[in-house]
Design a protein around this ligand. Structure first.
Ligand SMILES: Cc1ncc(COP(=O)(O)O)c(C=O)c1O
Length: 383
């Protein structure tokens, strides 16, 4: 029987102490290359760090264990992992994507993938009928974020997996916002899971990383070939940082969610706040679907305020919360999606989605929740 997720965050699938020293923390194998005993005889199983490295391998095995994947490749950023996913396809292939995606992913699709000959169809994937209507004989994959960045839209993973497979396509889920602690897309039928490891997995706003996990080892091998060829794998030290972050994933996720629930309730009552997008709120349109496919609502909240001036005042005045891009770490971060994470999304699309000058995104961290509430209060009251 498998150990609990909490235990696997700390030990992975195999409780490994290092041979020889029996070090508890996996060493950082800071080496570019590995020696060979003789031609054709490689004792360690490693050749060259671009391709594989023991520290990175331990991390990859840990993420595979947490996501229930057959294989995982660790990349130098979330964007590198997403790029590797799209490299699996060929000119003329059509990929159906959620219309609300991280702005960097949209930039990749418009500036690189369309140039590479892929047809990208942006669809409201919260409605499976719309996904089905977009399927063509060229459809090779459905690519979703659930919940999405920044509008917190929830897509039914099981329904999309069923649709994709019925039409001979694959389903990929960017699971960054919930992390494997709250949601495991492969168990729901997805073929690939992606992460910006920079966020909840690393968890400390101190490194950049990405993961692409595959349900099928054959796809995993194709991903590895791309990573080795393109050369965008994660460095040993960063691999170690993410491994260290993952050890506390379960306690961080629980406490961050508790803080987020309290903040969402507080925001709902504030007269300057016009809408709260938090999937833990019962009246969120995706509440039922999210509850059926995940174990929690996480700690990402987007909210709209009454004017652009109020939004700018908040960004200027917060003291405990930091006005910065990114999410998922111990520090609470307040982000202005329209200018920071989504400026490359065409204006009319942003407006259609609700990414306006009054929208803010809050990644709730581990500070005392009373301090976070007091901080928002003083920021709203200030000049
Ligand atoms: C949902 C999501 N996916 C992917 C990425 C890209 O990850 P990275 O910044 O590690 O390249 C981000 C970054 O914010 C994100 O929010």
């Amino acid at each position: 029987m498998k150990n609990s997720l909490e235990t696997r965050c700390i030990h992975g699938d195999t409780h490994k102490y290092q041979e020889g020293s029996r070090a508890i923390s996996i060493p950082i194998y800071q080496t570019a290359s590995f020696s060979h005993v003789e031609l054709g005889h490689n004792t360690s199983g490693f050749d060259y760090t671009r391709e594989s490295n023991p520290t990175r391998q331990h991390l990859e095995e840990t993420v595979s264990s947490l996501e229930g994947a057959a294989d995982t490749t660790a990349f130098s950023s979330g964007m590198a992992a997403i790029t590797a996913f799209f490299e699996l396809f060929h000119p003329g292939d059509q990929i159906i994507c959620s219309e609300d995606l991280y702005g960097g992913t949209v930039r990749l699709l418009h500036n690189v993938e369309e140039k590479n000959g892929l047809t990208i169809s942006f669809v409201d994937t919260t409605n499976p009928d719309k996904v089905e209507a977009a399927i063509t004989p060229e459809t090779r994959a459905i690519y979703i974020e659930t919940p999405s960045n920044p509008m917190m839209n929830v897509t039914d993973i099981r329904a999309c997996a069923e649709l994709a497979h019925r039409h001979g396509a694959l389903l990929a889920v960017d699971n960054t916002f919930l992390s494997p602690y709250w949601q495991n897309p492969i168990a729901l039928g997805a073929d690939f899971v992606l992460h910006s490891g920079t966020k909840f997995l690393a968890g400390h706003n101190d490194t950049i990383a990405g993961f692409l996990s595959s349900a099928d080892p054959q796809w995993g091998a194709k991903v590895r070939l791309i990573a080795k060829t393109v050369g965008n794998t994660l460095a040993p030290f960063d691999s170690w940082l993410v491994l260290r972050g993952i050890k506390t994933l379960s306690v961080r996720m629980e406490r961050q969610q508790e803080n987020a629930e309290a903040l969402a309730e507080w925001l709902l009552k504030n007269p300057h706040v016009s809408h709260v997008y938090y999937i833990g709120l019962k009246d969120h349109p995706g509440f039922a679907v999210n509850s059926a496919q995940s174990r929690g609502a996480g700690s990402m909240i987007s909210f709209s305020v009454d004017s652009k001036e109020t939004a700018l005042k908040l960004l200027k005045n917060v003291k405990v919360i930091t006005f910065a891009e990114s999410l998922g770490g111990t520090e609470s971060l307040l982000t202005y999606p329209v200018l920071q994470t989504h400026p490359d999304v065409p204006k009319e699309v942003r407006e259609h989605l609700g990414i306006t000058e009054t929208l803010l995104r809050l990644s709730v961290g581990l500070e005392g929740v009373e301090d976070l509430i007091a901080d928002l209060e003083q920021a709203l009251e200030g000049e």
